[in-house]
Design a protein around this ligand. Structure first.
Ligand code: DON
Length: 317
């Protein structure tokens, strides 16, 4: 008789706790690799010998290993959620103001903005995230409260909050973001006051969450837009598919090709060392380790995701 085909989506064939435990052990051997983000002064002191991993399934189950309950600054991981809110607010109109192409340039690059007339390449570069921030400020009465409520509902954790020290540190040192925002505004692609948009952006980047919070928060993208933490349809199934495709092509900036090559999952990174990833229709994932590679993505986080997809066969490829 022929053997049934290998189906990695049948999770019953994996011992998920064993797999996460093995990855945790492997990563610990490599502690010290990578460099913490020091261009935001308050992130420079975070120790590098940290690693957490968590996955959240649509049925509510969570598996985790390592420092999965230690909070960190989620930084650009927040761009997934602000994109979701901006799409909820203005839908297709958003694509008149931001493109959907990978940039091949660093996350804080300005260069394409000039010849592309203030239209950022994608919603995950800093430039693109400033458009989402502008849209949220224009369309929700209290942008900060809306974002906090969104993150608490998605994670199921009412204690999720922001870190004023990190936000201030970035406000005082964010010369590049000031330049990007002003440049966009000069092309007429920003409606709100530049400083208000930047302040909201720094606030979203300063959200503090742990791997379990983040795995649960991204799970709606693995479940056709349905959030199991709050039993709310956050976006449509088509919306989730689209956000996942953008994460695949642009979520890790100029390393998106390498992420597809080594990991093979839609993912969004942050310079705090966190990464969220999605196995479409199967699970939300989060890893954290503060040492970054030269592109600003968690070096050991990427390694962990690589090992995860290779051990489970869950790469989308
Ligand atoms: O705007 C910045 O530079 C940071 N608040 C966020 C950048 C970031 O997380 C890039 N991701 N890897």
């Amino acid at each position: 008789m022929r053997k049934p085909p290998h189906n990695p989506h049948d999770l019953g064939r994996h011992d998920l706790d064993d797999i996460l435990g093995t990855i945790d052990e492997e990563v610990r051997q490599r502690f010290g690799e990578g460099k913490v983000a020091d261009y935001i002064p308050s992130l420079a002191d975070v120790p590098r010998d940290r690693f957490g991993i968590a996955l959240a399934l649509p049925d509510g189950a969570v598996h985790e290993a390592g420092h999965s309950r230690e909070r960190f600054s989620i930084q650009s991981v927040s761009k997934v959620y602000t994109l979701t809110l901006a799409l909820e607010a203005i839908g297709e109109e958003l694509w008149k103001r931001v493109d959907r192409e990978p940039s091949g340039d660093p996350f804080n690059s300005l260069v394409q903005l000039e010849y592309e007339k203030g239209i950022p390449r994608n919603p995950f570069m800093n430039a693109g995230a400033l458009i989402s921030a502008d849209v949220i400020l224009s369309n929700f009465e209290d942008a900060e409260a809306t974002l906090l409520a969104f993150m608490r509902a998605r994670s199921g954790n009412p204690d999720v909050g922001t870190d004023e020290v990190v936000a201030r540190s970035e406000r005082e040192s964010g010369y590049r973001n000031v330049a990007v925002a002003n440049f966009i505004r000069s092309f007429g692609n920003m409606d709100n006051d530049v400083q208000d948009v930047l302040d909201f952006y720094y606030l979203q980047c300063s959200l503090r969450m742990d791997c379990v919070d983040l795995a649960r928060s991204v799970r709606y993208l693995a479940d056709a837009g349905h959030c199991a933490s709050s039993d709310v349809q956050v976006t449509t199934a088509e919306g989730a598919t689209r956000i996942n495709s953008l994460m695949m092509t642009a979520g890790t900036y100029d390393a998106a090709g390498d992420f597809a090559f080594y990991v093979g999952l839609p993912a969004k990174s942050g310079v705090g060392g966190g990464i969220v990833a999605v196995v479409p229709h199967v699970m939300g994932l989060s890893v954290w380790s503060p040492g970054l590679d030269e592109k600003g993505n968690s070096l050991l986080g990427r390694y962990a995701l690589h090992r995860f997809t290779r051990m489970t066969g869950l790469s989308v490829f």
